[in-house]
Write a protein that binds this ligand. Structure first.
Ligand SMILES: Cc1cc2nc3c(=O)[nH]c(=O)nc-3n(C[C@H](O)[C@H](O)[C@H](O)COP(=O)(O)OP(=O)(O)OC[C@H]3O[C@@H](n4cnc5c(N)ncnc54)[C@H](O)[C@@H]3O)c2cc1C
Length: 452
């Protein structure tokens, strides 16, 4: 079959691929986008969108239940079927939005799995296409560990969790990372008995120790049981009940099992080698600082390129790649990265921790303010948490922050903006923030540097 020539091919309708394809098509190029699953990728269908719509319900229920210290008593009954119906409605409306966007831009969508059939030749859906510009944006999928007995059971992953209709009475979560904790806390707050199993001695093992301690207290207060430093060694399922044997000899039983033990790149079906595209030892597409793969004209963006796995990174990759292709001197590295775990409390991060800054050779120091010192937190009864700022003594610039508390994913953008602007901590210190807000704590936090 001889390949039909087009101007550009995008493989995967992830967060960067869709706007990239739409922009090119709007500029009059013949663009083809391959998608083997639901349009919009993980974020919209199996990730950010459904998880945050789900957490909106779960957190609302918990806020009502946790009102005791404020003098508010009552129980919140969760209509789980209605919660999940809304989650799927939101998800579907976002997916429809992506379909409309691609259609109105004039992108030709082929609903099929794509693979390389030669140098810059892509085959899929019975078609063979060739283009001088190809972008791989195929993302990642849940990594299922090789635990004996797990295969073939009806375990859940992030790809199937949002199809739940009935609330399971109990759920074991394998994995104490952000996906397992968000979905686990959400289900616990809807009324399930949730157990989290993780081989690390603490949850969110990449975050600072005191940040995870705050979170662990909150998860336990929601009735969750954390089995930390434990590995699952065997799984079985009988009469609809999962049994998980742990390496400490104990056994857990539950109605549902969620596997959230990491991600793997969606490259197994790509036959990347057919186009001379190199993968790293874990299967991620190797790229240089300008998103270029080892095959001229082929680029990779988002999770599949081993980038920090966040939607805003994939989207920003699209903007940077667009600029690079237009001849601008951008790279993928010069960005201030922030992210958050959307549990309650939230653990929001931007830039470097103190330890990371020191490892980079910076003469850095950190100041920390417990939320007990923030008026708004006391008024709202949300004092368990803290704000931490990391500064570089040589330049006096802010190089990072960790904010643990109520809705800190919003608040962290104050710090992000200062870092992006390159301002020193003095600018934050002399800013007059509104009283009484959580944000008001940030200039006070910077003021602590004067005392160190
Ligand atoms: C439960 C969960 C919650 C999350 N929450 C957040 C959050 O709150 N904030 C945040 O920033 N990030 C979050 N993420 C991460 C975020 O979803 C990803 O980082 C983001 O979706 C990555 O986008 P991407 O462009 O790399 O690819 P994806 O969005 O993964 O899209 C890749 C697409 O490529 C398709 N594809 C794969 N292989 C092929 C092929 N061979 N041919 C054709 N199509 C193919 C896939 O079907 C998929 O649709 C979450 C993830 C999960 C799982």
């Amino acid at each position: 079959m001889s390949a039909q020539r087009v101007d550009a091919i995008v493989i995967g309708s992830g967060q960067g691929g869709v706007p990239f394809a739409a922009d090119l098509a709007r500029a009059g190029k013949r663009v083809v986008l391959f998608e083997r699953g639901r349009l919009g990728g993980s974020c919209i269908n199996y990730g950010c969108t459904p998880s945050k719509a789900f957490l909106a319900a779960a957190h609302t229920a918990a806020r009502a239940r946790h009102g005791g210290p404020l003098g508010v008593r009552g129980d919140a009954r969760v209509d789980f079927a209605a919660v999940m119906r809304r989650v799927r409605d939101v998800r579907d409306s976002f997916m429809d939005g992506v379909a409309k966007r691609l259609r109105s831009a004039g992108v030709r969508v082929i609903a099929a799995q794509a693979s390389f059939g030669g140098e810059r030749v892509v085959v899929g859906g019975g078609e063979s296409l060739e283009a001088p510009l190809i972008v791989i944006d195929t993302g990642t999928s849940a990594l299922v560990p090789p635990v004996p007995g797990l295969d073939g059971t009806g375990y859940l992953t992030n790809a199937t969790f949002f199809d739940l209709v009935d609330l399971p009475a109990s759920m074991i979560v394998m994995g104490g990372g952000y996906i397992g904790l968000e979905l686990g806390q959400g289900l616990a707050r809807c009324g399930a008995d949730v157990h989290v199993v993780d081989p690390n001695p603490r949850v969110l093992s990449r975050e600072e120790d005191d940040a995870t301690q705050v979170l662990e207290r909150a998860l336990r207060a929601d009735g969750m049981t954390l089995h930390l430093g434990c590995k699952a060694v065997e799984v079985s399922q009988r009469d609809g009940i999962f049994a998980l044997r742990l390496d400490d000899g104990s056994e857990l039983r539950s109605q549902a099992l969620l596997v959230a033990t990491g991600r793997r790149p969606n490259t197994e079906a790509l036959s990347a080698g057919a186009s001379g595209i190199e993968l790293d030892s874990r299967g991620y597409v190797k790229i240089d600082e300008r998103f270029a793969t080892s095959c001229a004209g082929v680029y990779a963006i988002g999770d599949v390129a081993g980038q920090p796995a966040f939607t805003h990174v994939s989207w920003e990759d699209y903007r940077r790649l667009t600029a690079i292709l237009a001849g601008e001197p951008r790279t993928r590295d010069d960005r201030v990265l922030a992210y958050s775990t959307f549990t309650e409390p939230q653990v929001a991060r931007v830039g470097l921790t103190l330890e990371e800054a020191k490892k980079k050779g910076l003469r850095a120091r950190a100041v920390t303010m417990p939320l007990e010192e923030v008026a708004r937190a006391i008024e709202w009864g949300q004092e368990d948490g803290f704000f931490r700022l990391v500064v570089d003594d040589a330049t006096e610039k802010i190089v990072g922050a960790t904010l643990v508390g109520y809705e800190t994913a919003e608040l962290v953008h104050v710090i992000l903006a200062h870092m992006e602007a390159g301002s020193t901590w003095h600018v934050l210190e002399r800013s007059v923030h509104i009283h009484p807000t959580y944000a008001e704590g940030l200039p006070s936090l910077a003021r602590k540097i004067l005392q160190t």
